[in-house]
Design a protein around this ligand. Structure first.
Ligand SMILES: *[C@@H]1O[C@H](CO)[C@@H](O)[C@H](O)[C@H]1NC(C)=O
Ligand SMILES: *[C@@H]1O[C@H](CO)[C@@H](O)[C@H](O)[C@H]1NC(C)=O
Length: 456
């Protein structure tokens, strides 16, 4: 028994000594390389032993900082190939870079290439567009804005942070997918679920990226092969209402006022989704617009969302159901949203959905052009800052078109028709316009009691 205890003591002490030896060895071998005696410490050696594979210089793509004493040597070596040879010699031959899949809350999408549904021709998708949406909550591709180019320092191989995704193709960590509420089980069949998930990911602390080096081909069909009980519109409107009610706060007014007919669609119970939003402590929609999607078609700040009424004729600016690049018209005010909804924004744009009003010359038509956020609509090459901008005078109720220094009015156009145009400012009531904020309640009230249905 005593012999056994004795053995144990001997074994333990020798083990301790072996460890101490290993330690000292490491300590001195590491410091043979150090020019600076102050760098002598047991810690680096220890760290190197524990995790040499993940913490070498430059691991995970980090910058390599050259110690002060080596700066001169670094400069000398730099001259040979015009890059930091010293740093390049310090990093592992095969260093690891961050893997997007390991950041649990990053949801990543590929670039979606187009495979023709008729000929199966393959066409590469663009890395210069990203996901957005319009007031009607249709998913749309819009140009990647300059701020996102700048964030990536012009490197198009880096992932693009996208406000929304198309929804069919993405990769997500399974645990995270379940944690943030998978899909809204109250939605049916198809439509809106991609926006719902995009808003949810961003507002609840995740991120959504397009990895530009990843391409997946998709057969785009012209018509859907699924059947929609009650009609396609009915199903999509229901889904869109659910996402607007849960995620968009008061900005849902843009959706309801431009397509007031959807207010008739029953969207079921969203209380459990609101509980989810609360439990995950998700941020407001205004935060999303401000930080993730400042170039959104829905303005973060605006002076009005509603009709633009002419004081003299008592009629309203109306898009007359026309499209991009066509002229805007005017019509009796009906107060029921849809074609008569315009927003005068803090960026001084007069916009309806993703189209902005602009004029090119006196007595020319007022056209509806695709809005180019912050850059105007590029009708003029000069003064880009003022292109497509209008200054509203809250006392005189005039709209000054900044580039031409003329006022919005109703008058005879060059082609002989009457309509909105710009003329020299002259304080006539024809140049006076009243802006109005609609509420969704008042729009719904007028719509339900109206004998004619303008929208459905
Ligand atoms: C690079 O590192 C990875 C991961 O450790 C390994 O699988 C791969 O074989 C290494 N490649 C080379 C060329 O060393
Ligand atoms: C319209 O509503 C917006 C957003 O709530 C607000 O900032 C603006 O001051 C309102 N404008 C008017 C004329 O009431």
């Amino acid at each position: 028994m005593r012999r056994f205890v004795y053995c144990k003591v001997v074994l333990t002490t020798s083990l301790v000594w072996v460890l101490v030896d290993v330690f000292l060895l490491l300590y001195f071998s590491e410091c043979n390389k150090c020019d600076n005696r102050k760098d002598r410490s047991l810690l680096p050696a220890l760290r190197a032993v524990i995790s040499r594979s993940h913490e070498g210089p430059g691991e995970m793509g980090k910058a390599v900082n050259i110690p002060k004493n080596d700066q001169e040597k670094m400069k000398e070596l730099f001259k040979i190939n015009q890059f930091n040879l010293l740093a390049s010699d310090m990093i592992a031959l095969n260093r690891s870079l961050p893997d997007v899949r390991l950041d649990g809350s990053a949801v990543v999408c590929p670039i979606i290439d187009v495979i023709s549904d008729e000929t199966f021709e393959y066409m590469a998708g663009s890395d210069m567009t990203y996901g957005g949406f319009n007031w009607k909550l249709n998913f749309r591709w819009y140009p990647v804005p300059q701020r996102e180019m700048d964030r990536r320092k012009g490197d198009r191989t880096l992932p693009v942070r996208t406000p929304t995704m198309a929804g069919g193709l993405f990769s997500i960590d399974k645990t995270y997918f379940e944690e943030i509420g998978s899909y809204d089980p109250g939605m049916d069949i198809w439509g809106g679920e991609n926006l719902e998930m995009s808003f949810r990911i961003w507002q609840c602390g995740g991120s959504l990226e397009i990895v530009t080096c990843s391409h997946v081909g998709h057969v785009f069909r012209k018509a859907t092969p699924y059947s929609f009980p009650g009609g396609t519109g009915q199903v999509i409107n229901k889904n869109n209402r659910r996402l607007a009610e849960v995620w968009m706060d008061d900005f849902k007014d843009f959706f309801y006022i431009i397509s007031p007919g959807v207010m008739r669609v029953d969207y079921g119970d969203v209380s459990s989704r609101k509980v989810l939003r609360g439990a995950l402590k998700c941020k407001p929609f205004s935060w999303y617009l401000e930080n993730i999607y400042p170039d959104s078609q829905i303005p973060r700040r605006y002076y009005s969302l509603g009709e633009i009424r002419n004081v003299e004729t008592n009629q309203c600016v109306d898009n007359m159901g026309r499209k991009e690049n066509e002229k805007v018209g005017f019509f009796n005010c009906h107060g029921m949203g849809g074609n008569q909804v315009f927003s005068y924004t803090a960026d001084k744009e007069i916009r309806t959905d993703d189209l902005c009003l602009d004029a090119s010359r006196l007595n020319g038509p007022i056209l509806m052009l695709k809005c180019h956020h912050m850059k105007g609509n590029q009708m003029f090459e000069y003064d880009a800052e003022y292109v497509g901008k209008w200054e509203y005078d809250f006392e005189k109720h005039t709209f000054l078109h900044i580039i031409t220094q003329s006022c919005l009015t109703i008058s005879r156009l060059e082609d002989g028709t009457y309509g909105p145009t710009v003329e020299n400012c002259n304080s006539s009531p024809l140049q006076s316009w009243v802006l109005h904020n609609y509420t969704r309640q008042e729009v719904a009230r007028r719509l339900y009691y109206s004998p004619t249905d303008y929208f459905l």
